[in-house]
Design a protein around this ligand. Sequence first.
Ligand SMILES: O=C(O)C1=C[C@@H](OP(=O)(O)O)[C@@H](O)[C@H](O)C1
Ligand SMILES: C=C(OP(=O)(O)O)C(=O)O
Length: 534
Amino acid sequence: MNGLPETDTAGGFRWWLRRRGRADATMGSMTDSNSTRAYPDPWPAPLAAHPLDATVTIPGSKSLSNRYLILSTLGTRPVTLVGLLRSRDTDLMMGALKAFGVKCDVDPDDETTVTVIPPASGRFHGGETVYCGLAGTVMRFVPGLALHADAPVRFDGDAQAYKRPMKPLLDGLTQMGARVDYEGEEGFLPFTITPPQVIDSADSADSADSADSADSADSADSADSADSAAATELHVTIDSSGSSQFISGLLMAASRFPRPVAITHRGAHLPSLPHIRMTMADLQASGISVTMDATADGKPGDTVDATAGDSATAAVHAVTWHVTPGEVQLPSRVVVEPDLSNAAPFLGAALIAGGTVRVPNWPENTTQPGGLLPQYLRNFGADAQRSADGVMTVTSDGVASGGVHGLGDFDLSAAGEIAPSLAAIAVLAHGDTALHGIAHLRGHETNRLAALVAEITRIGGDAEELDDGIRIGSVPLASLHGAVMETYADHRMATFAAMIGLVVPGVEVTNVATTRKTIPDFPGMWNAMLAQHR
Ligand SMILES: O=C(O)C1=C[C@@H](OP(=O)(O)O)[C@@H](O)[C@H](O)C1
Ligand SMILES: C=C(OP(=O)(O)O)C(=O)O
């Protein structure tokens, strides 16, 4: 079952801590993805009986919601977040912040309006377990807060989360003076972060008392004697090929560091650059100076234009961000954009079933990689237009008409989280698609490349893993057949299966409740989309 670590490899005390951590993180039923509104398991995916004509309002962006929650926490004054996503990942984030002593007041009349009140002292409480579930944004963004805590903080998550890579982030935090103790395999959850003794010089005596005194010599050394180096940049180098979230997490952690920090990625790939740009933009909106420069093959001065096409990043071997820490403060009221990546199954449905799907509140400009979605859908052959009042309208004749074609070789490194939705369209399209630049999807909620190949093959489709992605061959629609499709506790594998089920009879989806990771009621929204008529 998704949601609970099933095995205990570390003895009864750790089991108790783990359970306590879950309890600390539990906010209502949303942290356990199987425990809310009952849908049958497996869930019969509805067929589209006719072309679509629907308007679908998409809840708030997961990526923006969880960044705003972290940045509000790093500030000193309350911030009201309007249109916050309320789903498992954001509830886990709020649970994590509460463990640090942050208040998240939910508006009783609208649960998507939440006021975040940082601790008056500016200091975070340590000593608790943070339960990360399967949320990358929690397990990669919250550990940076532990740098500023008054005691060690333990991190745990779902059994499946134990496979998600963490080491580059934790190596980065170690270079910033933290100590990391792993309970199981090095580089993976669960672990405990002991903050450096010198992180907040005003409070250093307190922190030395409350943290494990045996650690103080190490920590002081590794923090590079902050007193003498106050204005010098601390250099942190990691390989962020496995996830952009390592860089994002370190950038946010650096925003309150006592000295400037230069964070360098040195590695073969840098996926999801728009998500890193989102972090930079959100930090800048909070008053923090952060810049990015790049060198090709690590040769100084031999720069590549990493600020131009996001797909050009495959050639970038070294990129450095410079963070000048300061007072982090978001505006007092922040409105969260809809989750444009979560719009993909719904807008993609127009290409699969044919017809029109509209999504209101589509931003004119956005830092979300989902902003690239309309162009991706045009590449498949759809019409996608945003009206002046912000309605994104996608229209297509549908896969049965032959008007949806494959993408050929396609670089998706900028927006890998959309891959499962594009894969569903590609399975049903005329012509082949090969999605490249997404090797790191093997470390997402599940190994998404293997999962997609298994599920496409299960229904009679043609797919194979590539070193850096997936190839999906075109087969006649009539040769695809229904099956019980596995979802591997992965919300995007569930929405992928639902998309296929629009035109392939007999598709059933296991554990559709796993969609609660980022959408409060996906099956309800899907049924409502199919039920709409003009
Ligand atoms: O920073 C973020 O909010 C995210 C970054 C991306 O992670 P990867 O770079 O690991 O793909 C994305 O896939 C994930 O859904 C959200
Ligand atoms: C990769 C994803 O999530 P996470 O934030 O858990 O990494 C995703 O939502 O597709």
